[in-house]
Design a protein around this ligand. Structure first.
Ligand SMILES: Nc1ncnc2c1ncn2[C@@H]1O[C@H](COP(=O)(O)OP(=O)(O)O)[C@@H](O)[C@H]1O
Ligand SMILES: [Mg+2]
Length: 255
């Protein structure tokens, strides 16, 4: 079953077509990678799906509902949440406060109105859920640590924990391992896999680092110059001459 369907989506900025007639099918509980060289339209497509941009044309369906044209917080309420490469966390707050705050901010947008009633029982429940998320993300030992003083890899994992606070069915990650060393990368990709394996969350990740994508994703969609080049299993994508050609012209060739 597909949880996310993108149909003939085009996004133009003035005269520039950043995304052209793209189709994408993400299956429930898969880790789906969107890759492509610089300028391929990855971030634009990501922004269209998460509601930051309305598409110029085309439709986006999530969990059986049309979401194009909806605002990001409305889409989050339906269970599709994105993380940002930066601003994924609140640097001047503790790790635990981060997750509580992420829940609270979402509540302000209308999601947990009932949940955030000033009811003490409910507050206790929120705390319990935040602790559960930190336990799952293996951040519990750092719950009182200031977010800004954590190691880079842990900050990124906290960004994911904050997204989990909103109880998503699908989480979209924007270059989750950008700027990381191999140890940090392994830590983060391990946590990404656990989202799917243990909590059944579908993951869509945009990444230019081919190696990460190959080792983490079940299926991959390749964009080039705004168009969808192909979709397939990691092995199929890595050996496809069209993909190799698209990457060869860029400075990101890293297989
Ligand atoms: N807000 C914008 N305004 C104008 N052009 C944009 C905007 N965002 C992206 N573009 C252009 O759209 C194309 C695709 O960009 P982007 O989606 O960022 O690609 P990628 O993330 O794959 O590197 C590029 O040519 C880029 O310059
Ligand atoms: Mg980008």
């Amino acid at each position: 079953m597909d949880i996310l369907t993108v149909r003939t989506v085009t996004k133009r900025f003035g005269g520039l077509t950043a995304v052209s007639d793209v189709n994408l099918d993400v299956r429930d509980r898969e880790i789906h990678g969107i890759i492509g060289p610089n300028g391929a339209g990855k971030t634009t497509l990501f922004n269209v799906i998460s509601g930051a941009y309305a598409p110029t044309s085309g439709t986006v369906t999530f969990n059986g509902r049309t979401i194009n044209g909806k605002k990001p917080h409305e889409i989050a309420q339906l269970g599709l949440v994105r993380t940002f490469q930066r601003n994924a966390m609140f640097p001047t707050y503790s790790v635990l406060e981060n997750v509580l705050l992420a829940r609270h901010l979402q509540a302000k947008q209308g999601l947990f109105k009932a949940v955030f009633a000033s009811d003490r029982k409910q507050r206790a429940k929120n705390l319990e859920r935040a602790l559960e998320i930190l336990e799952f993300m293996e951040l519990i030992d750092q719950k009182d640590t200031l977010a800004s003083s954590m190691a880079h890899g842990h900050q990124r994992i906290l960004g994911i924990a904050n997204a989990l606070a909103v109880e998503p069915k699908l989480i979209m990650l924007d270059e989750p391992v950008a700027g990381m060393n191999p140890t940090e990368t392994a830590l983060v990709t391990d946590h990404i896999r656990r989202l799917r394996d243990d909590w059944g969350i579908t993951v869509v990740l945009v990444e230019h680092d081919m190696r990460t994508v190959m080792g983490t994703c079940d299926r991959i969609t390749v964009l080039s110059l705004g168009e969808k080049l192909m979709e397939g299993l990691p092995g199929e994508v890595a050996s496809d001459p069209r993909v190799i050609e698209a990457y060869l012209g860029s400075d990101e060739w890293d297989l």
